[in-house]
Design a protein around this ligand. Sequence first.
Ligand code: HGY
Ligand code: MN
Ligand code: MN
Ligand code: MN
Length: 400
Amino acid sequence: MRVRFERIWAGLARIGGGGADGYRRFAWTPVDLALRGWFEEEAARRGLTYERDRNGNQWAWWGTPGPGAVVTGSHLDSVPGGGAFDGPLGVVSAFLAVDELRERGVTPARPLAVVNFADEEGARFGVACVGSRLLTGVLSPADARKLRDADGVTLAEAMRAAGADPDALGRDEEALSRIGAFVELHIEQGRGLADLDAPVGVASAIWPHGRWRCTFRGEANHAGTTRLADRHDPMLPFASTVLAARESAERLGALATFGRVRVDPNGTNAIPSRVDAWLDGRAPDAGTVRAMVDEITEAARAAAAGHGVRVEVVAESTTPVVRFGDELRDRIAAALGGAPALPTGAGHDAGILSASVPTAMLFVRNPTGVSHSPAEHAGVDDCVAGVTALATVLEELACR
Ligand code: HGY
Ligand code: MN
Ligand code: MN
Ligand code: MN
């Protein structure tokens, strides 16, 4: 299995691009289409029946698609400068788990599918888990179609250019009715397993989290001729808000990040007219997230008022706490001989699916815990342990 893992991994890495600055595997771009082609080839190589659903998610079926299916997979897209493992490890492990089951001489008693969910990171259009949110109906087709990327291209235009039909988007009852259980394998984005010295674990929960767009509107003017007292510079309240967010997060035991900022007109010698900044807020419970975002909003308003700047804070997407069902999680942990269960602050398609179907997650040890970075890495032995564990879980769920 080690040789097989290294071979498929090297093949995927060649397609995914990437380099010292990490990957830019954005939805419906040429690299995404190449990865989608890879998925189809891996399905064909195994004699699996390939489908692309109305929301652009890819499925590879072992057995006739039907109710009670055991589904496993993840996503192939990345954040800007992302690592190789976040997403692809789950899809590669799913294909290899099919190989492993066949080598064990196992024939599933119910349909089994490998899935690649479209646009999990939301790197291009700003909303995470678009494919799984559309599948389950928590994102409306109309809202999805009008999402725009940094160049003003809508999701509808990008899908159409890629040969997909954006007018077909929507909750997919048939696809959902087929899923008896969904298991997502993912590199751990943290050091929980490393600290426990365990190669594989199961997810107990996903922290509630969300994205808020903070828009500061000031007054464009000349950097060299406008007195400080006459300025309405939106960059100043933005800067105060970043510091206030960190202070609030530290005090409340939460997490707050401004990782994406857009400055208009973005000229060195022009006082900005507008700053858009996106807050990523997370905490162990929804009340803390709410309290922190309220504090940050209040700080933004006070800072903006002090500079004659207007501010607006808009929630773009929020995800409630996900607690993976005890029954399925315990059954999986038992099948794995007592793998440790641990929570995560990272969002996943499994978190979105968990509102509609029985869902579980397996984590593979990440020695440094680093993710959403080119430095993200998991050791081959641990990746192979993940494949073996996933195969055992699939055997438990699909063959008992
Ligand atoms: O943002 C997240 O937590 C996930 O990696 N999409
Ligand atoms: Mn991610
Ligand atoms: Mn991921
Ligand atoms: Mn000039």
